[in-house]
Design a protein around this ligand. Structure first.
Ligand code: 0RA
Length: 655
C-alpha cells in the first residue's frame, strides 16, 4: 500500500484516508508498546496519569476562560468519567485530516494543542501528551460532546474507533464528557486511589481560582457513605497558602497576595510567614508543579532577598549597618506558592519540571519586588515581625557556621573526613554504591558482617534521630547522627546540595518492622525531604523490606514478608494440609533486624538478587510538605486526626 500526497482536487482521497489510518495505527502501536514513555509507568502512577491527562484538557478550556466546572467520577469498575462545561471538542470535519475534530484529538498524538495557539496550555513533563494516549491505553473510551444545540457521541476500543461520530439529537448547553476504562492488558494496577486524585484536583482548584471541581467515588465503601468532595476556591493561591500552612502559627494575619498580567507571563503569588523553621515554596507553570524550579523561582528568590533587605536597611531594623540577610534567612518559616502562566513554556531538567524561559525571571522579579515592597510599606507591623524572624534565622545560621568551623579539623561537614561509625565500601564509583542507614548498633553489626563490602556501606544510627521539623538549622547541624549522614552522603544540604558529589546512588533506610522502626523511617524521610529534597526527586532514597517471619521445616526454609506469605509457606511445608503449625514446622517471628544473623540479613534484605527495595517518590510536593508538618510538627491535634483517619490502612505494623 502506498500513501501518496494529494492535491486539493480531491483525487486520491481514498489513499489519503488509508494513509491516515495507517498513521493512526502506527501511533497507537507505539503508545501501547511503550506506555511508560507516554504516561510514566504502567503501575499506579501511570494509571492516575490517565485521569490527569483527561482533566488537563478541561483545565486548558478553563484557562482559556470557557469552562467553570469539571466533574470527575470513579465508577464501580474503576472506569472514570470527566465532564466539563467548556466549548466542547470541535466536531466539524478537520481540513487536512478529513475526519471530525474530535476524532483527530482522540487518535493523533499531540493533536490537543493544534487547534488554537492563543491560549495557555498544560504541556510540561508527562502532561500534555494528549487525550489520544489515554484512548490508546483504554480498553474502551466514549466521548460525548454537546455544542451548537446538538449532542454527539463516539466510542473507541483500545484506541480504534468502534463507531463513527454519531449525532444524537438536540441538546441544550455545551461541554465534553469523556469516559474511559484503563486497559487491564496494559496496567498492572487498576484500582484508583481517591486521595491521590483528590490531592491533585484540589491543587488544580487552588491554581485556577473560581473553578469548581468535583470528585465522586461510586465504588462500594465498606457500608460507609460514598465519597464526594468539591474543590472551589475564590481565594486562589491565598486559599492554597492558608491550606498549606496547616497548624503553624502565622507571623502576620494577612496573606501577602497579588496577581498581575505582563507580556511575558501571568503571575500569581501568595505567601505568609509562620513560626516554623522550614521553607515551603512551591512553584507552578501552567498548573504543572515545577519541582526543579527554574527562571520563575530564581526571580522570586532574588526579589525576596532584595526587597526584605532593602526594607530592613531603610527602616534601620538591622543592628549593624553591614548586617544582611541571606536567601535562606528570608525564606525560613515561609509558605509560598507562585503560579505563572506562560504561552510557550520550555520545560527542562531531568524530570522536565524546570522552567527554562529566560524572560520569565525578570518579569517575576520585578513583579515581586514591586508588590512585596508595597505590602511591607502598608503593613509595618507584619514587616517588623518578618525581619525579626529572618534576623534570628541569620544568627542561628551564623552560630552553626562558627560551630562547624571550630569542628572542621575533626568532623566538619566539608572536611571530607568520613564519620567513624561508617563502614564504607571499597569501590568509589557512586553509581554502583549503596549506603544502608541501619537502626541500632546491633543490626548495624550484622549488616556490616553480612554485606558485600565492595559496594555496600553501612552507617548504624543510634536510636531516634532528631526531628528536623521541630528544630532550627544550628540544632540540626549539631546533631551527631545527622552530621554523620550528611558527611557520608557527601552532597551537602539545602541550597548547597549538589548531586554531583553524591557518594552513593542508593541510600537505603533499613529499620525494624515495628512501630519504632516506622517512626525512625519517618524521621529519616522528614530529614531527606527538608534538607536533601533533590535526593528523593532523583530517586536515590529507598526503603529496605526485611522479612517478618522465617518458616522452616528441616532443611527447607522460607522468609515471609507478609501475613499472607506466612500462611502460604506453612501450607506448602505442611503438604497443603492447612495452615496449622505442627509436624516439625516452625515459625520464627522477627521483631527486629537484630534477630537475624548476618547471613540471614544478607539473604533476605540486602542481596540485590533476592531483596525488595521500595523507591521513595513524591507525587505531590505541596501535599507532602503539609503532611510532614501535620505528622512531625509541634501541634498534636492534627497528628491525632491523621492517625484516626488512616488507622484502618495500617496493617499489622507491629506483628
Ligand atoms: C480544541 C478547540 C476547542 C475546544 C477544545 C479543543 C476542547 C477540548 C476538550 C477536551 C476536554 N474538554 C474539552 N473542551 C474543549 C474550541 C473550539 C471552538 O472554538 O468552539
Amino acid at each position: 500500500m502506498t500513501a501518496k500526497k494529494t492535491d486539493s482536487s480531491g483525487k486520491g482521497v481514498e489513499t489519503e484516508y488509508n494513509a491516515r489510518q495507517i498513521q493512526v495505527l502506527k501511533g497507537l502501536e507505539a503508545v501501547r508498546k511503550r506506555p511508560g514513555m507516554y504516561v510514566g509507568s504502567t503501575s499506579a502512577r501511570g494509571l492516575h496519569h490517565l485521569v490527569y491527562e483527561v482533566v488537563d484538557n478541561s483545565i486548558d478550556e478553563a484557562m482559556a476562560g470557557y469552562c467553570s466546572k469539571v466533574e470527575v467520577t470513579i465508577h464501580e469498575n474503576d472506569s472514570v468519567t470527566v465532564v466539563d462545561d467548556g466549548r466542547g471538542i470541535p466536531v466539524d470535519i478537520h481540513p487536512t485530516e478529513g475526519v471530525p475534530g474530535v476524532e483527530v484529538a482522540m487518535t493523533i498524538l499531540h493533536a490537543g494543542g493544534k487547534f488554537d495557539k492563543s491560549s495557555y496550555k498544560v504541556s510540561g513533563g508527562l502532561h500534555g501528551v494528549g487525550v489520544s494516549v489515554v484512548n490508546a491505553l483504554s480498553e474502551w473510551l466514549e466521548v460525548e460532546i454537546t455544542r451548537d444545540g446538538k449532542k454527539y457521541r463516539q466510542r473507541y476500543i483500545r484506541g480504534i474507533k468502534e463507531t463513527e461520530l454519531e449525532e444524537l439529537g438536540r441538546a441544550k448547553g455545551r461541554g465534553t464528557t469523556v469516559r474511559f476504562q484503563p486497559d487491564p492488558a496494559i496496567f498492572t494496577v487498576l484500582e484508583l486511589n481517591f486521595d491521590t486524585l483528590s490531592n491533585r484536583l484540589r491543587e488544580l482548584a487552588f491554581l485556577n481560582k473560581g473553578l469548581e471541581i468535583t470528585l465522586k467515588d461510586d465504588r462500594p465503601n465498606n457500608g460507609q457513605p460514598q465519597r464526594v468532595e468539591e474543590y472551589h476556591y475564590e481565594g486562589g493561591l491565598a486559599a492554597f497558602v492558608d491550606y498549606l500552612r496547616g497548624s503553624r502559627q502565622p507571623l502576620h494575619p494577612k496573606i501577602i497576595y497579588f496577581e498581575t498580567s505582563r507580556d511575558e507571563a501571568e503571575i500569581e503569588l501568595a505567601m505568609q510567614y509562620d513560626d516554623g523553621f522550614s521553607e515551603n515554596t512551591h512553584t507552578f507553570v501552567n498548573n504543572i508543579n515545577t519541582h526543579e524550579g527554574g527562571t520563575h523561582l530564581t526571580g522570586l528568590k532574588a526579589a525576596l532577598t532584595r526587597t526584605i533587605n532593602d526594607y530592613g536597611r531603610k527602616n534601620n531594623l538591622f543592628k549593624k549597618a553591614e548586617e544582611g540577610l541571606s536567601g535562606d534567612d528570608v525564606r525560613e518559616g515561609l509558605t509560598c506558592v507562585l503560579s505563572v502562566k506562560v504561552m510557550e513554556p520550555q520545560f527542562e531538567g531531568q524530570t522536565k519540571t524546570k522552567l527554562g524561559n529566560s524572560e520569565v525571571r525578570g518579569a517575576v522579579e520585578t513583579a515581586v519586588n514591586e508588590q512585596l515592597a508595597i505590602f511591607l510599606d502598608e503593613n509595618p507591623k507584619a514587616a517588623r515581625s518578618i525581619i525579626e524572624k529572618a534576623v534570628q534565622a541569620s544568627r542561628a545560621r551564623e552560630a552553626a557556621r562558627k560551630a562547624r568551623d571550630l569542628a572542621r579539623k575533626k568532623s566538619a561537614l566539608e572536611s571530607g573526613v568520613l564519620p567513624g561509625k561508617l563502614a564504607d565500601c571499597s569501590i568509589s564509583d557512586p553509581s554502583l554504591c549503596e549506603l544502608y542507614l541501619v537502626e541500632g548498633d546491633s543490626a548495624g553489626g550484622s549488616a556490616k558482617q553480612g554485606r558485600d563490602r565492595s559496594y555496600q556501606a553501612i552507617l548504624p544510627l543510634k536510636g531516634k534521630i532528631l526531628n528536623v521539623e521541630r528544630a532550627r538549622i544550628d540544632k540540626i547541624l549539631s546533631n551527631e547522627e545527622i552530621r554523620a549522614m550528611i558527611t557520608a552522603i557527601g552532597a551537602g544540604i539545602k541550597d548547597d546540595f549538589d548531586l554531583k558529589t553524591l557518594r552513593y546512588h542508593k541510600i537505603i533506610i533499613m529499620t525494624d518492622a515495628d512501630v519504632d522502626g516506622a517512626h525512625i523511617r519517618t524521621l529519616l524521610l522528614t530529614f531527606f525531604f527538608r534538607q536533601m529534597r533533590e535526593l528523593i526527586d532523583a530517586g536515590h532514597i529507598f526503603i529496605a523490606q526485611p522479612p517478618l517471619f522465617r518458616v522452616h521445616k528441616g532443611k527447607q526454609e522460607f522468609y515471609a514478608y507478609s501475613e499472607t506469605e506466612r500462611r502460604e509457606y506453612i501450607r506448602r511445608l505442611g503438604n497443603g494440609k492447612g495452615e496449622e503449625v505442627g509436624k516439625g514446622i516452625s515459625v520464627q517471628r522477627y521483631k527486629g533486624l537484630g534477630e537475624m544473623n548476618p547471613d540471614q540479613l544478607w539473604k533476605t534484605t540486602m542481596d540485590p538478587e533476592t531483596r525488595t527495595l521500595l523507591r521513595v517518590d513524591i507525587d505531590d510536593g505541596a501535599m507532602a510538605s503539609r503532611l510532614f508538618d501535620e505528622l512531625m510538627g509541634s501541634d498534636v491535634e492534627p497528628r491525632k486526626l491523621f492517625i484516626e483517619k488512616n488507622a484502618k490502612y495500617v496493617k499489622n505494623l507491629d506483628v
